[in-house]
Design a protein. Structure first.
Length: 264
C-alpha cells in the first residue's frame, strides 16, 4: 500500500502567506485591546446586543433558506442551459458581489418602495416591505445568494454533464435526472455554499440600513446595532463586534469542515 504524503509548500510562499494571515487576523485581534475584560460579559449580554443577535440569526437563516430555494435552480440553469445570453445572465447574477451594498439597498427601495413599480402594486394590496423585517430578509438574500449560486454552478461545471447524459440514455426525463442525478451531485457543494451564504447574510449592513432602516426589535440586526451604538458607546460597539466575530467563526469552523469532508 502506497502511503500518500501531502504536497510540500514552496518556502517562498510562506512569507506572503503569513502577511496575508496577519492582515486578516491582527485587525480583529486589535478589538480585544479596546475593551476592558471585566466589562466584556456585561456588554455582550446586554439586551440590545442579544436582541440584535437574535434578529440577525433568524433573518439570516430565513435568507439562507430563500437563497437555497431560488439559487439552486438558478445555478442549474446557468450551468446546464445552452440558451443564448447565459453569459449576460451570469454577469447580472454576480452584480451583488461587486456593487456596494448601499446600491443594492437603493435598488430594492426604488423597486419595492411605495412609489416603485412593484411597490405600488403591493401597496394597493396592503403590503408594505420597506423598513420591515421582511426587508431585512430580502436585503440579506440579495447580497448573499450569489455566493451560493457561484459555488453550485462551479461544482456542476466541474462534475460535467456526463451523468445526466447517461441518465437520459436510460430513459430518464429532465425532472427525474435532476432529482436522481443532478441534485445528489450538488449536495457536497451545497453544504459549503450554504455556510458562506449564511455568514454573508449575518454580516450584511449596507443594503439593510438603506432598505430596512435601523428599528430596534424589527430591523436592527447586529451589524446595524454596532454602527448605531458606536455613535454613543464605543466599548459597547466593540463588544458587539467581537460577538459577531465569534458567531461568524463558530458558523464557519463548525459547518465548513463537514461540508469539505463531504467532497472527499
Amino acid at each position: 500500500m502506497i502511503r500518500r504524503h501531502p504536497p510540500q509548500v514552496p518556502a517562498v510562499l510562506w512569507v506572503p502567506a503569513v502577511l496575508a494571515l496577519a492582515l486578516v487576523v491582527l485587525p480583529v485581534a486589535g478589538l480585544l485591546t479596546r475593551v476592558e475584560p471585566a466589562r466584556l460579559p456585561g456588554l455582550l449580554l446586554s439586551p440590545a446586543a442579544l436582541d440584535a443577535l437574535r434578529l440577525s440569526v433568524i433573518t439570516g437563516l430565513i435568507a439562507t433558506a430563500l437563497a437555497a430555494l431560488l439559487g439552486v435552480p438558478l445555478a442549474v440553469v446557468l450551468a446546464r442551459s445552452t440558451l443564448p445570453g447565459m453569459r449576460v445572465v451570469r454577469a447580472l447574477v454576480l452584480l451583488p458581489l461587486v456593487l456596494p451594498p448601499v446600491v443594492g439597498g437603493l435598488a430594492l427601495l426604488y423597486l419595492l418602495g411605495r412609489t416603485g413599480p412593484l411597490g405600488g402594486v403591493l401597496a394597493v394590496a396592503g403590503i408594505r416591505l420597506p423598513y420591515t423585517t421582511a426587508a431585512v430578509v430580502l436585503s440579506q438574500t440579495f447580497v448573499a445568494m450569489p455566493f451560493l449560486v457561484v459555488g453550485l454552478e462551479g461544482a456542476l461545471r466541474t462534475a460535467g454533464g456526463r451523468y445526466e447524459q447517461v441518465a437520459a440514455t436510460l430513459g430518464a426525463g429532465p425532472w427525474l435526472a435532476f432529482r436522481r442525478v443532478t441534485l445528489p451531485l450538488l449536495l457536497p457543494a451545497l453544504g459549503s455554499s450554504l455556510v458562506l451564504t449564511f455568514a454573508r447574510a449575518l454580516g450584511e449592513f449596507g443594503a439593510t440600513i438603506t432598505f430596512a432602516g435601523s428599528l430596534q426589535g424589527s430591523t436592527r440586526t447586529l451589524p446595524l446595532a454596532i454602527y448605531t451604538t458606536a455613535q454613543s458607546d464605543v466599548d459597547a460597539a466593540v463588544a458587539m463586534s467581537l460577538l459577531l466575530v465569534v458567531v461568524a467563526l463558530l458558523v464557519i469552523v463548525i459547518a465548513r469542515p463537514r461540508a469539505v469532508e463531504g467532497r472527499l
